[in-house]
Ligand binder design. Structure first.
Ligand code: AOF
Ligand code: ZN
Length: 350
């Protein structure tokens, strides 16, 4: 009998791959036979076995045969020879009885072919269970596989009057520990964190994950004019420096080479070019962390998928604004982002 709990379990298992499978999707799989879970698996690491293979191995290692079983999987089993052979063929060979899929695979290499392979082997296939949850879990994957660009999250931490720092440029700390933990959690889930050269100079951030458990993201520094000069905490083998073509002196090139910083050269100050270049370097999700100039360039480019706004109940009166943009707009024609109003309620007294 079909049970939604098994799909929930498969989604839960999928999440265990967070931070390790990109640019692949998070996938989980549960195998059920005679009303009992006989195998569980998830995609653990990029380039390694897919969820279905791990679940079958899990069942077989415990002495179960998966023949005639029900397979719950959060993404359509693949149909292509990639880094691993196709999961749909493997399930067909194992003669499973039914396959329940949360959502189809948007990857053009798969996109329905996995279902076809299963059906033509006589397996009953059903899809569309917890589909929204499954798509949301893989929002980075669904976007990048279709658009060949990384999914971009802009993070802002502001005061009630919309400032990201005081008039001296001091931004430590606008938001509380809980918000900062959330940011560190996000860092551990995206492929890269991006900041501008101004932020590097002002704060010398390390952009690592410290307040929660998790792996460090790659780091991207936007320094179009190549003005950064000297050593900063971000510079190591996990760092990409984005700079306009031919702007770096030989001396700086040598310095970055020694630090093992990867240099990404772009033709002009175009965020789309930057995103295309980063995508070619296997960066499929980015957390943009500032400052105003970078936030301004990203809103003007239209390439923000999501804004995560942390607002502290503090007021500065004057300070560093969140977005530095190239024009001033009027209320009847503002720079408008595509979406609904947000709503917060702060409770100050009871
Ligand atoms: C599945 N199960 O667990 C995953 C799937 O390069 P490869 O061989 O790892 O293939 C990556 C593609 O396979 C990926 O883009 C997506 O379409 C699918 N991912 N499929 O059946 C899995 N991770
Ligand atoms: Zn597969």
């Amino acid at each position: 009998m079909f049970k939604i709990e098994y799909m929930q379990r498969a989604l839960y298992l999928a999440e265990r791959g967070k931070g390790f499978v990109s640019p692949n999707p998070l996938v989980g799989c549960v195998i059920v036979k005679d009303g009992k879970v006989i195998g569980e698996g998830w995609h653990k690491r990029f380039g390694e076995a897919h969820a279905e293979v791990n679940a079958v191995l899990d069942a077989e290692s415990k002495g179960f045969s998966v023949e005639n079983s029900d397979v719950y999987v959060t993404l359509e089993p693949c149909s292509h020879f990639g880094k691993t052979p196709p999961c749909a063929n493997m399930l067909a060979e194992k003669k499973v009885k039914r396959v329940f899929i949360a959502t189809l695979d948007p990857n053009p290499l798969v996109a329905g072919r996995g279902v076809e392979i299963l059906k033509s082997a006589g397996i009953e296939v059903f899809h569309g269970f917890l589909e929204n949850e499954a798509k949301n879990l893989n929002k980075f994957f669904f976007y990048h596989i279709k658009n060949k660009l990384p999914y971009v999250i802009l993070k802002l931490a502001t005061t009630l009057d919309g400032f990201i720092g005081d008039i001296d440029g001091n931004s430590k700390w606008i938001t509380n520990e809980k918000s900062r933990k959330k940011v560190h959690e996000l860092r551990s889930e995206v492929d890269a964190v991006l900041v501008g050269s101004g932020t590097v100079q002002a704060d010398n951030p390390s952009l690592t994950v410290r307040l929660v458990e998790g792996r460090n993201p790659k780091k991207v520094v936007l320094d179009f004019s190549g003005r950064l000069n000297g050593d900063y905490n971000v510079f190591d083998e996990n760092c990409f420096l984005v700079v306009l073509k031919d702007r770096l002196t030989e001396e700086k090139r040598e310095f970055y080479l020694k630090k093992r910083v990867k240099i990404v050269e772009v033709e002009n100050k175009d965020i789309k070019l930057v995103l295309e270049a980063l995508y070619k370097n296997n960066i499929a999700s980015i957390l943009v962390e500032g400052g105003s100039r970078v936030a301004g360039m990203f809103v003007e480019s239209g390439f923000i998928n999501e804004l995560m706004l942390f607002v502290a109940p503090k007021i500065l009166g004057e300070g560093k604004r969140a977005f530095s943009i190239s024009k001033v707009f009027k209320m009847d024609n503002p720079l408008e982002l595509n979406g609904e109003d947000g709503f917060f309620s702060f409770k100050f007294r009871s």
